[in-house]
Design a binder for this molecule. Structure first.
Ligand code: UT7
Length: 335
């Protein structure tokens, strides 16, 4: 059986920086509250007319990743595109990437697993490579949150957290050596689907009905979150799924060279770090600059950590995510 390894990484964030003070001009919030509860100082938002969209940002990140993998678009055998904020209701972003990058008529699969989307996508790509079916798979996580958030005080517990951006990884067949993706671990618990959700527009919540039936105060086409409930589950599931991955590979917490947690909230990352007794050097966070970019957060953070020389050959790198669904997962990598 083959194994897979990451051969190229890239990320893209829009130029437009939105600070906490900028948000406090739109809603009743403030820099102190946001920093204390989430660690976020600023995030990036697409600006009208800057040409960005979820798929466009995905292509920008993917172009860098392909370049670093020393591959051309025609070398890619499959696209896996993770997002909760696609440009269109259908089709998904994968086919847009295929078109924009001028790729062959390769398969394009869209993944809808929110904050866990990148790990789900990585796992799918890993399986296709392990079976020998494909050699190079492009995995993208991209989000345009700012296009669909409630920037009034009503939506402040959600809208201050999220930011726009994209990250991408090329997963390739490992021709030699035993490094690469060691294992991936995926979970879901639909009982909590409404705790962090965007109900419509959907077939159950069609736009004309939403407008007719809902007073302006309670529009279900903005995301809603039961923050404390999500937080409590996140800290349990993060720790669980990291341990599950370590156990599967006979590794211990002390063997982790770098943990890249999904950037949901700096307090969640710090809680996990404390719980697992990891040092500051063993955990990478960049939510301070970008906010929570959902499916894009892990590939953006992984790329930055790698660019900063914080990940070296042979290192044990652990990726872990938790989010809406609930869904959660981890990936254990020997770099
Ligand atoms: O990535 C996907 C997974 N998502 C997560 O993991 C998010 C998990 N949850 C969280 O990160 C936190 O729960 C939040 C950051 C969303 C909220 O922090 P919290 O400490 O749980 O605050 P809270 O929701 O309990 O609200 C506390 C107070 C409330 O006011 P009262 O009722 O105490 O008067 C809120 O209305 O803070 C108020 N509040 C705000 N105040 C200023 C909520 N949002 C804001 C805001 N600015 N943006």
């Amino acid at each position: 059986m083959y194994t897979s390894k990451i051969t190229g990484l890239g990320y893209y964030v829009p130029e437009n920086v939105v600070t906490n003070d900028d948000l406090s001009k739109l809603m009743d919030t403030n820099d102190a509250w946001i920093q204390e509860r989430t660690g976020i100082k600023e995030r990036r938002h697409i600006k009208k007319g800057d040409g960005n969209s979820t798929s466009v940002m995905g292509v920008k990140a993917a172009t860098i990743a392909l370049d670093r993998a020393k591959l051309l678009p025609n070398d890619i055998d499959m696209i896996v595109f993770a997002t909760l904020s696609p440009d269109m209701y259908f089709p998904g972003g994968g086919v847009e990437v295929q078109e924009m990058m001028g790729m062959r008529t390769i398969p394009a699969l869209d993944v809808r697993n929110q904050c866990s989307g990148f790990i789900y996508g990585l796992s799918v790509a890993d399986q296709f490579i392990k079976t020998g079916m494909y050699k190079n798979v492009l995995v993208i996580g991209s989000e345009n949150h700012s296009g669909g958030l409630d920037f009034t005080t009503r939506g402040r517990n959600v809208s201050v957290i999220f930011g726009d951006g994209a990250g991408a990884a090329v997963l390739s067949r490992n021709e030699e050596g035993s490094n690469g993706i060691l294992s991936t671990h995926l979970h879901s618990e639909g009982a909590h689907k409404n705790e962090l959700a965007l109900q419509g527009p959907s077939t159950a919540h069609w736009v004309p009905e939403i407008i007719a039936e809902n007073p302006q105060e309670n529009i279900p086409y903005y995301p809603v979150m039961n923050g404390q409930f999500v937080f409590k589950h996140a800290i349990v599931r993060f720790a669980e799924v990291i341990q599950e991955g370590l156990d599967a590979n006979n590794l211990e917490v002390k063997d982790i060279d770098m943990l890249i947690p999904h950037q949901a909230n700096l307090r969640i990352s710090q809680f996990i770090q404390h719980k697992l007794k990891l040092t500051d050097d063993q955990v990478f966070n960049n939510i301070q600059k970008y906010g929570n970019t959902t499916a894009a957060s892990i590939p953006i953070a992984l790329t930055e950590a790698w660019e900063q020389g914080k990940i070296k050959e042979g290192d044990v790198v652990v990726l872990a995510a938790f989010g809406s669904g609930f869904t959660w997962g981890s990936a254990i990598i020997r770099w």
